[in-house]
Design a protein around this ligand. Sequence first.
Ligand SMILES: Cc1ncc(CN)c(N)n1
Length: 236
Amino acid sequence: MDPVEKNGVIDRWVKKHLVLYTGATRHPFILSIRDGTIDFSSFKRWLWLAVLMGIWLTGQDYIFVREFVPFAASVLLKASKNSDDNSDTEVVLSGLASLSDEISWFKQEAAKWDVPLSDVIVHKSNQNYCRFLESLMLPAVEYSVVFTALWAIETVYQESFSHCLEDGNKTPPELLEACQRWGSEGFGEFCRSLKKIANRCLEKAPDEELKKAEVTFLRVLELEIEFWDMSHGGPK
Ligand SMILES: Cc1ncc(CN)c(N)n1
């Protein structure tokens, strides 16, 4: 990690809000995947796996990703207009490409597990998250604020699922592919690019905007924790 990143605004916020950040990136749901703390009696294992996969295969995360696409597209639009460095556009575009791959993966997994993705009941916490994304798509929302949100949303998944791939993990084989999707080094590289751009914008932001970006960062962490809680409590 180069020195600039170490002392950037984002690292300061992560340190300042470490409890909430850890709550989002080391959620019991994630720890239960990493530790494979699944009762290995066949029925419970299957049931538990069905609950674990629930977050993906009851379609909650599929619904989220469908909402996340227009949000990411709105960041792309702001990048093409506001950023003084057009490489931002390329970074956001690469993220959109991986989102389209994510959607195809959901569809293929849903088919494999014979889970319909149509007329899925949207869970309350998912509705809240999607409404939050919509609020960030308004033209008036500053570039540094939306980029902080984009970085936080992607990084929570990357930090969470890379943890499930670390040495000593007991992640069930059925979940490895999902963990590799978001926990991969390539996705990690993408998240670091987002962080660099967010830091660059935040360094120049006036106090008012900086405060808004910090509040947005915390809101993303809260929503991600609610999202994991939804799966941990099972689909309601
Ligand atoms: C809830 C959530 N947050 C983040 C990601 C990663 N794009 C996701 N798929 N779902």
